[in-house]
Design a protein around this ligand. Structure first.
Ligand SMILES: [Zn+2]
Length: 96
């Protein structure tokens, strides 16, 4: 069974406004750079795999990206809706 290949308009229909694309060239490891791209700046019928192929990293010039959910926006929305926060609590070490 082929993997689903959602389009920009699918993501918009799911309430997304942005997508994160992480540097992920085919021939080597990514440099760690990623960018947040507004979905309304992309063609609505562009698929996830087309976006992945057409991405060029602005930091290292690598061709190929890994599109992912914009997690910062997702966490911000969760926080607004539920008060949940992803900031880790400081770890306390106590001597026995
Ligand atoms: Zn890069």
């Amino acid at each position: 069974m082929p993997l689903p290949d959602p389009t920009v308009s699918d993501w918009i229909a799911q309430g997304e406004e942005t997508v994160e694309v992480h540097c992920s060239p085919k021939d080597r490891a990514g440099c760690g750079h990623y960018a947040v791209i507004r979905l309304d700046s992309l063609p609505p019928r562009m698929t996830r795999s087309q976006l992945a192929r057409r991405t060029v990293c602005s930091a290292c010039g690598g061709r190929g990206g890994q599109p992912m959910k914009d997690m910062k926006r997702h966490y911000r929305q969760l926080h607004e809706e539920t008060g949940w926060d992803c900031v880790p609590s400081p770890v306390r070490y106590e001597r026995g």
